[in-house]
Design a binder for this molecule. Sequence first.
Ligand code: NAD
Length: 499
Amino acid sequence: MTNLISHYIDGARTAGTSSRKSQVWNPALGEVAAEVVLATPADVDAAVRVARDAFEIWSQASLSRRTKIIFNFREIMNARKEELAEVISDQHGKVVSDALGEVQRGLEVVEFACGIPQLLKGEISVQVSTGVDIHSFREPLGVVAGITPFNFPAMVPMWMFPLAIAVGNTFILKPSERDPSASIMMAEMWTEAGLPPGVFNVVQGDKVAVDAILEHSGIDAVSFVGSTPIARYVHEKATAHNKRVQALGGAKNHAIIMPDADLGYVRDQLSAAAFGSAGERCMAISAAVAVGGVGKELVEELVAKAKIVRVGPGRDPASEMGPIVSPEALDRITCLIESAPRQGADIALDGRDIRVPGHEKGFFLGPTVISNVDADMDVYREEIFGPVLVALEAQNIDRAIELINANPYGNGTAIFTSSGESARRFQREVKVGMIGVNVPIPVPMAYYSFGGWKNSLFGEKHIHGPEGISFYTKAKVVTSRWPTSTNAVTAGYHFPTAE
Ligand code: NAD
């Protein structure tokens, strides 16, 4: 019998009311490993009801109690991170060491959230007028939802829920239907950590569940991470339903390689950034822009390095890169590679004919390098989201920056150079949110916020870090006076001014 992955509502697994299900693949084997239930609007409503009830209790829990529970969660996840990484690898395909890395980066947000008593401190100004003080503090919003993509089934939810819960909200996670098991493991860890039932819930599903979340009047805010068309849709619909929303979208991350860069270092860094996790990272480098004539040598170096990447099942410790998540994703990437020579580019390294012994049905695609690419070609315009690096050339740094700024995405970018002046210009002129200087995947630490510009983010706030605290709370400012018989003030009909 196929394993059935359920929702997690009010502290327990539940199959909900739907008869609709979706298949969950083991991409290394090319086999269906499980099915996941797909929520109806009634299932979403059930989760919202328990989350609203739980909010009444959780928002009143003391900061010390909340901190203790988050700390317990951190300890439990830390003890079980290998198990979680294996579950991620089995459904996503990424190698276990990479899955462990995403769990670790998620745990760092949990650790940041353990500092919530410090992070939630308000401000006070005394004697702003005679006998008058002002103080401010922040309160939770209510029930917040997180809708997350397949490529980081643990880390991206952990960009959201540790802070949302730490500040006193209750949370409904709608994970990707392609790798849903990590969400249930995390829900069970919360229960074990002592989180009251209903504070963290998981609703499995597809567009039906997403629409029910966006339309539900009992949900106050939505954090979304996924592709650009869906991010735009989520932002528009959630806003129309009067919700606070942050929607992080897709990416086309460029690396500029200046002629003064160390090509050996660039080759190693770019290969890892383009082909790690089979390129299924929102911060993967997918376009290399060689400046000032270093293009030919760069492509040769990259091909030599990419050829020796060990592609295999994620559970094999010898593998450096696993399979693509699903047969549909593999088809889409393959079609895009096919379009490149038709549109005038060269396939310098072709990963399509790879064979992984013992895993013939798996969704494998080897590292692929496409050279002589220009900005009109599909392989440049589309987010490929696979192990495909396209190489372009630019006469000088001005042209390279223009190219990046003309691209509709603005998630991440990097420059490789030994010139401080080039690096300084680059970081000031480029219209992108996350910037690396000789660092190819500039995902900041948990105590900074993360997010792109342009079509990579709809909404105002970046995710986690200080902006995460701000997104999940709203401010109150209190002005107070304690009049006594000895400091009486007279009320006037003019607008009050400070004295
Ligand atoms: P996706 O947009 O297909 O799915 C994301 C979520 O939206 C999932 O939970 C899915 O169930 C839901 N969804 C899918 N189609 C929908 C529809 N028509 N209506 C309503 N909801 C829908 O994204 P994905 O393929 O799971 O993830 C990969 C994408 O996510 C890439 O574009 C990648 O760049 C992006 N991503 C961005 C970041 C970032 O920080 N900006 C981080 C990770 C991933």
